[in-house]
Structure formats: structure tokens, C-alpha cells
Design a protein around this ligand. Structure first.
Ligand SMILES: Cc1cc2nc3c(=O)[nH]c(=O)nc-3n(C[C@H](O)[C@H](O)[C@H](O)COP(=O)(O)OP(=O)(O)OC[C@H]3O[C@@H](n4cnc5c(N)ncnc54)[C@H](O)[C@@H]3O)c2cc1C
Length: 382
């Protein structure tokens, strides 16, 4: 297991205390109402929990993606939906940090770290999710800027973000599909931006998810992030960061929370005259859950620490994303099972771990796509 520094232990402890104090009471209500409470986001920003990997000169803490993972893990231990709202508040800043101009970094990063602006990243479309390079949204050059037209689907923060970073086709004639794309910042108050909230989600219900229509939205050319035609590759670099806190850490926190609920329940509940915890088959389940969790956590921490050292290892990151999310579903499933009938009752506060974990296997790259990425690196590209 990774030995944390005293600073990292303090960060983790502070995140745990914040989540326990602020999330517990309100989480089920937010889930039911499909609504977030912005006061939590503002407080988290005030305490310096958001975008800690952003350099201090742009409002962040100048720490690593590993520290961000420690924070998000603690948040998800209490509630995956609230944790996702926190991750989503800075989702996309990684692209600006990596590829943005000095002006973009100064303009967009400090208000996000300060909890004044929220971001989003819009790649998925109704007919192109996993197959990113097949998107159809266009950004046509027009005078000093671009005119954006198209539709995006499943966009986190679609209705509440101040700006989105949007994947668009800027070079439709390029014979190479992957060379047609660019990433462009779109402020959501621009004329022609329309969003529609998706209701009735299984998972992360308090997090805003929406459909977006860009109806000839005009943006200045300064809103281009990085280089024209490099959007696909920039997005892959982005995912190599965002999959850690926005996938793996959400999953590990969720599995940890579910395991703790299961342990507490089997120590209290009796059957056949004994505590459930006294039965060997129950002990074996707890042991398996803890082992899966520990293996997932080790993989996640290793991937994040390596990334922070400047070694981007896409296969290791994909392994961490796939594995942590899959074990979160398994651990949460067993936690419900160990609760028996009580496991499906909201008041027992365990079923949401499974519901939330399920979407972690889907967004930021499905587990099938993660396996393709791993195999590609091992086998070479065909
Ligand atoms: C709550 C939520 C929030 C989201 N937030 C965002 C966001 O902020 N921004 C954004 O851009 N997107 C977002 N997404 C979209 C998400 O990234 C996509 O749902 C995901 O990438 C899968 O795309 P899809 O839904 O179109 O499924 P598809 O791509 O149609 O895939 C369907 C199934 O087929 C499998 N599959 C696809 N291709 C292959 C293949 N080659 N080999 C084997 N299996 C394959 C997939 O793994 C999956 O199991 C969000 C989704 C959800 C549910």
C-alpha cells in the first residue's frame, strides 16, 4: 500500500471531515429531488478541495492528480452523486491546463477553483459516444471566429455550467477522421446555446446531465483550445487525467462506503441465533470485498502517482478506471446482499452505492473501451 505523506494524510482527513459533516444529512434528499445544493460546492471551493492539480498562479493548490483522487475518494465514501457534482465543477479544466493559452488559463481557471464558475466537457453525441471520432458537431470558420452547430448528449453540467469545452469538427475535408477535430470553449450564455435536463437517472441523480443543442453559436477564434485538428489527441490526454479522480476515485470511495455499511450491518444483525458476522460465508464475503477494494485502490494510486511524476501510462490508467469501477459495482452489490431485504430500502443508505457505481463503468470511457485501450498498448496498433 502507498504510504501517504503527512500533508496527504491531512488532505484526506480534511476531506473526510468535510464530507461527513456536510453530505450525510442532505445526500438522500438531493438524490430524491435530482438537485444539487450549490452551498456544498462553494464550501468545497473555499476549503480548497477543487482543482487542486491546477497551479497556484491560476487559483489551484499546485498539487497532483493523486491528491485530487484522495479528496474525491473521501467525498464518494459518503455519496457518489455529491462527489460527482464536485468533480464535474472543474471537469474540463485539465484541457485548459494542458493546452490552453496564457490568457485562457488566467480567464477560466481561477473562477473555477474559487467556486464561481462551473465547467463541462462536451464530446458525446446522440450518435457518437464511445466512437468519439464520429461526432458530427461542426465549428465553421467565419470571420474572426467559429460558428458551432450540432447536438451533444449526456453532458454533465449542461444546464448549470458557465462554459463547456466542446469537441467539434473544424476540418471536415481531412481524409483522416481523427485529424478533423478541435476543442473549443463555449460560454453557455452565448445566443444559440440550448440545454435540456435529463430526468429519472439511475445513478448520480443530484448531478446535472443534459442534452445540448448548438444553434449556430458564434465564438471568437481565441476560444480554440490547443491546436486545430488536434482535438481528438488532446481529448485522449484529458481522459488520462480525468479518468483518475472522475472515475477511479469516485469508484474507490463508493466501494469503501459500501464496505463500511456492510461491516456495520453484519455486526448488528442476527440470524439463526448468531451475529451475521459470525458466519464464515459472511466473513468470506467481507474479506473478498476488502481485497477487491485494496487491489483497486493500489492500482488507482499507482496510476495517479506515476502520472504526477510526468509518466503518462494510458494502459495503466485504463486498467485503473476499468477495474476500480467494476469492483465498486461488485462490492456495492455484495453490500446490499449482506443487508438482505433492508439493502433495497433507502433508509438503510446502502442501495445508492450500487446505483452510483453503475454509471462509473459507463462514463469517461466504458469498461469495454478501457480494455480496448489496454490491449492496444500491449498488442500494438493494428
Ligand atoms: C450520467 C452521465 C454523464 C455523462 N457526462 C458526459 C459529459 O460530461 N461529457 C461527455 O462528452 N459525455 C458524457 N457522458 C457520455 C458517456 O461518456 C457515454 O455514455 C459513454 O462514452 C458511452 O457512449 P454511449 O452512451 O454512446 O454508448 P455506446 O458508445 O453506444 O456503447 C454502447 C455499448 O457498446 C459498447 N461498445 C461500443 N463500442 C465498442 C467496441 N468497439 N467494442 C466493444 N464494445 C463496444 C460500449 O462499451 C457499451 O457497452 C455521460 C454519460 C452519462 C450516463
Amino acid at each position: 500500500m502507498v504510504e501517504l505523506t503527512s500533508e496527504q494524510r491531512d488532505i484526506k482527513q480534511a476531506a473526510r471531515e468535510f464530507a461527513e459533516k456536510e453530505f450525510k444529512e442532505i445526500a438522500r434528499e438531493l438524490d430524491e429531488k435530482e438537485q444539487f445544493d450549490d452551498r456544498l460546492w462553494k464550501k468545497a471551493a473555499e476549503l480548497g478541495f477543487l482543482g487542486v492539480f491546477i497551479e497556484e498562479e491560476y487559483g489551484g493548490a499546485g498539487l497532483g492528480h493523486f491528491e485530487q483522487c484522495l479528496i474525491i475518494e473521501e467525498f464518494a465514501r459518503i455519496d457518489g452523486g455529491i462527489a460527482q457534482c464536485m468533480v464535474a465543477s472543474y471537469f474540463g479544466t485539465q484541457l485548459i491546463k494542458l493546452f490552453g493559452t496564457e490568457e485562457q488559463k488566467q480567464k477560466y481557471l481561477p473562477p473555477v477553483c474559487a467556486g464561481q464558475w462551473r465547467t463541462g466537457m462536451a464530446s458525446s453525441e446522440p450518435d457518437a459516444g464511445s466512437d468519439v471520432a464520429s461526432i458530427a458537431t461542426t465549428a465553421i470558420k467565419d470571420g474572426d471566429g467559429y460558428v458551432i452547430s450540432g447536438n451533444k448528449m449526456f453532458i454533465t453540467n449542461a444546464n448549470i455550467a458557465d462554459f463547456l469545452i466542446v469537441l467539434c469538427i473544424t476540418d471536415p475535408q481531412n481524409p483522416r477522421k481523427h485529424g478533423r477535430l478541435s476543442t473549443i470553449i463555449v460560454e453557455t450564455n452565448r445566443p444559440g446555446y440550448e440545454a435540456n435536463k435529463l430526468h429519472g437517472k439511475l445513478s448520480i441523480r443530484c448531478s446535472d446531465t443534459g442534452e445540448v443543442a448548438f444553434k449556430q453559436v458564434r465564438v471568437p477564434k481565441e476560444n480554440l483550445v490547443g491546436k486545430e485538428g488536434k482535438g481528438f489527441y488532446q481529448l485522449m490526454d484529458f481522459f488520462n487525467r480525468a479518468r483518475l479522480d472522475g472515475g477511479g476515485a469516485l469508484a474507490i470511495g463508493t466501494a469503501q462506503g459500501a464496505l463500511e455499511k456492510a461491516i456495520s450491518h453484519v455486526k448488528k444483525r442476527k440470524a439463526f441465533g448468531n451475529q451475521l458476522a459470525g458466519f464464515q460465508i459472511v466473513q468470506a464475503k467481507i474479506a473478498e470485498m476488502a481485497t477487491l477494494l485494496e487491489a483497486g485502490r493500489s492500482l488507482l494510486y499507482r496510476a495517479a502517482i506515476k502520472l504526477d511524476k510526468g509518466e503518462v501510462d494510458p494502459a495503466l490508467i485504463a486498467m485503473a478506471k476499468w477495474y476500480t469501477c467494476e469492483i465498486a459495482v461488485k462490492v456495492a452489490d455484495e453490500a446490499i446482499q449482506l443487508h438482505g431485504g433492508y439493502g433495497i430500502l433507502k433508509e438503510y443508505d446502502v442501495e445508492h452505492y450500487w446505483r452510483d457505481a453503475k454509471v462509473f463503468e459507463i462514463f469517461e470511457g466504458t469498461k469495454e473501451i478501457e480494455k480496448i485501450l489496454i490491449a492496444r498498448q500491449l498488442l500494438g496498433r493494428y
